[in-house]
Design a protein around this ligand. Structure first.
Ligand code: TTP
Ligand code: MG
Length: 385
């Protein structure tokens, strides 16, 4: 069977940590974020507040009883989404196979990323370092041979944890784990399992598949597999996404066209690579520019055929750059491809035909992808022409 390396990442006390980030005087204090109405509940609490027994979904009035000195703040969803996007963008620099499952949580299939960024543990440390540097926040990461084990692992040590479950340790690891740690096991299942004296995953393993199926239905079959540490579910990126983009705030504002061109090519290359890895193609290519006075422009060009070609995407973005009257220095630049279509079903040849990509360009992209995968993104620099 195919061996995979899956990483699960979950930000620590996400909403509360962002509030502390935005108001440093809150550091070390019991911060509780939640609905401000009378019947509101706690969204999350800082680890300091959790020591008072406060947790998500607890009514606010109860939290106030338990922790009268707590700092209660309303939910600022837009702000948290902005940080979430930053985090997810960082993750996508390590593999295009990123499946975001909630505002602060994602799975990464890093099976093919090791040649690029080091082994799984090194990748996890890189991710933590970049998230720390670029957002000021901490996260916990779990690594395992599948999504289930990676998710269980990330929960073992929090905050700022890094836990790896090796294939050989799976049994040892799972046997003592309480069944409620299995994602999807709710109160009702727990009650059912208790009835049979099942408390840990080890207990669960004593039952046959037939028995579990009979008593718990389809979920019983899934539990049987999970208890053995088996989970084949794939990491599914871009569920419902409408565009793929790459952008950066430049280290210093510039009006130098040659620098801007070079950055556009680099972002176009990154976007095209992600499209190809994902079996997606897009029709609309948009250059995004933010000037030093924060005015923003993005127009977009629609090409005749959907494409995943680095050359077509960068040519189109550069054309937009040249057409744009640069009256001020540029602060942010990036490339987006939208109007996406899957291309996974097609064969290589039909992809090529339908993609309107010239044979030579396709070969260049393939060769570049191979080099990138073997030696790392840093060695690749595309020339023009
Ligand atoms: P979680 O990852 O479950 O919690 P967390 O990040 O706050 O803390 P931990 O360190 O244990 O991971 O959820 C992420 C965010 O989602 C959380 O910050 C707030 C929000 N949320 C709710 O609004 N309601 C809820 O019931 C839960 C569980 C989370
Ligand atoms: Mg979290």
């Amino acid at each position: 069977m195919l061996t995979r390396t899956i990483l699960h990442i979950d930000m620590d006390a996400f909403f509360a940590a962002i509030e502390v980030l935005d108001s440093p005087s809150l550091k070390g204090k019991p911060v509780i974020v939640g609905g401000s109405t009378k019947r509101g509940v706690v969204s999350t609490a800082s680890y300091e507040a959790r020591r008072f027994g406060i947790h998500s979904a607890m009514p606010i009035f109860q939290a106030k009883e338990r922790c009268p000195q707590g700092i209660f703040l309303p939910v600022k969803k837009d702000r948290y989404k902005e940080v979430s996007k930053k985090v997810m963008d960082i993750l996508r620099d390590f593999t295009p196979l990123v499946e975001q499952v909630s505002i602060d949580e994602a799975y990464l299939d890093i099976t093919g990323s090791e040649a690029l960024f080091g082994n799984a543990e090194e990748i996890a440390r890189h991710i933590k370092a970049r998230i720390g540097k670029e957002t000021g926040l901490t996260c916990s990461i779990g690594i395992g041979p599948n999504k289930f084990l990676a998710k269980v692992a990330s929960d073992i040590y929090k905050p700022d944890g890094l836990t790896i479950i090796l294939a050989d340790d799976v049994d040892k690891f799972l046997s003592r784990l309480p069944v409620e740690k299995i994602p999807g096991v709710g109160r009702r299942t727990i009650k059912g399992l208790r009835h049979y004296g099942i408390k840990t995953i080890g207990d669960l393993k004593r039952f046959s598949k037939e028995q579990l199926l009979k008593d718990l239905g389809r979920f019983g079959g899934r539990l049987y597999e999970l208890a053995k540490g088996m989970d084949n579910s794939p990491v599914v990126p871009y569920r419902g996404v409408k565009s793929i983009s790459s952008e950066e705030t430049l280290s210093s504002d510039t009006g130098d066209l040659s620098i801007l061109k070079e950055r556009v090519i680099s972002h176009a290359d990154k976007v095209a690579w992600r499209l190809r890895k994902e079996g997606l193609k897009g029709r609309t290519i948009t250059l995004k520019i933010k000037l030093d006075d924060f005015t923003e422009m993005s127009k977009g060009l629609t090409v005749r055929y959907t494409t995943d070609s680095t050359k077509i995407i960068s040519d189109s973005a550069i054309k937009q750059l040249k057409d744009y009257p640069l009256k001020r220095k540029v602060r942010l630049i990036g490339v987006t491809v939208s109007n996406l279509e899957g291309s996974k079903e097609g064969s290589q040849t039909s992809l090529f035909m339908a993609g309107g990509k010239k044979e030579k360009e396709r070969k260049t992209d393939e060769a570049m992808d191979e080099i990138r995968e073997r030696f790392g993104g840093k060695v690749i620099k595309r020339g023009r022409g």
